[in-house]
Design a protein around this ligand. Structure first.
Ligand code: SAM
Ligand code: SF4
Length: 260
């Protein structure tokens, strides 16, 4: 196994870029690329573990589109490492829910506000399915939090989301200000927050955090500020920044000749 690259203890692992939604702002939209076999993904996970990664954060595209996601999650657990999952929550199979429970995987579900707004931004009639699946995960005893992308003109979504969390017993929420990546680049004029909206959002989140201190963990995760390490479905490791033009290709995970 090769060494020599410094990776964070947790890495975003894209099992596919395919998706069952069509978010106008999607930072990682379908790219016509590969949908790798589970054996290839397992080999990449081994390589990441050999390079000191401790937690695999399954994301995409929509990771639940990969029919063997549950096997990968169980594999990570069998290696005594942790997994996390971010999903749009539209379609969660029973075997996936079972694997999430037995492996104590932490799940973030993306819900972007009230029904009409959510369905408009995700480009399909997803709200009821996602809400039903959030309640299903909570009822199954799976550690479930919410993730909400905030777009221009929609700061009221913060209040709505926090209330939704209170009503549904959800203890953690992350707000992501829109960033102009992927599909989002062409939608910049529609979705990008102005400077004053950005400041208002920071203030609003601060106020909520103060008000709900010890009752809810409320975060603002601004990818404009904090770059993240991502494994793409083709096995490349990229340091993703605010725009694709600023990204850095760090390396490609070596692949056994039998998989090429
Ligand atoms: C790329 S998605 C992948 C996982 C899954 N498909 C989902 O939507 O949860 C990961 C997170 O990024 C958020 N996101 C996507 N595009 C974004 C953008 N342009 N700006 C900020 N957040 C974005 C999504 O809402 C989601 O919470
Ligand atoms: S943000 Fe997630 S759900 Fe929306 S299109 Fe992108 S991958 Fe799919």
């Amino acid at each position: 196994m090769s060494k020599g690259i410094n990776l964070p203890s947790m890495i975003c692992f894209r099992v596919t870029r395919f998706c069952n939604a069509r978010c106008g702002f999607c930072l990682a939209p379908p790219d016509g690329g590969v949908h790798p076999a589970v054996a290839v993904l397992r080999e990449r996970i081994n390589w990441l573990f050999a390079n000191d990664v401790k937690t695999i954060h399954f994301c995409g595209g929509e990771p639940t589109i990969h029919h063997q996601l549950h096997e990968l999650i169980e594999y990570v657990h069998a290696q005594h490492r942790k997994s996390k999952l971010t999903t749009n929550g539209i379609a969660l199979s029973d075997r996936l829910v079972r694997a999430l429970f037995t492996t104590k995987t932490q799940v973030k579900v993306s819900l972007h506000g009230p029904k009409a707004h959510h369905n408009e931004v995700v480009g399909c009639d997803a709200f009821d399915k996602t809400v039903a699946n959030i309640r299903r995960l909570m009822a199954a005893g799976i550690s479930t939090s919410m993730q909400t992308t905030i777009v221009s003109g929609e700061l009221a979504v913060v209040d709505w989301t926090v209330q939704f969390c209170i009503d549904n017993g959800i203890k953690r929420v992350s707000f992501l200000p829109f960033i102009p990546r992927g599909n989002g680049l062409a939608q910049r004029s529609k979705y990008e927050l102005s400077g004053s909206e950005r400041r208002n959002l920071q203030e609003l989140v601060k106020q909520k955090r103060r008000k709900l201190l010890n009752r809810m963990d409320i975060r603002l995760n601004d990818f404009n500020i904090r770059p993240i390490h991502v494994v793409e479905p083709d096995g490349s490791i990229v340091l993703e920044k605010a725009t694709e033009a600023m990204d850095e290709l760090l390396c490609r995970i070596p692949q056994s000749p039998s998989f090429i």
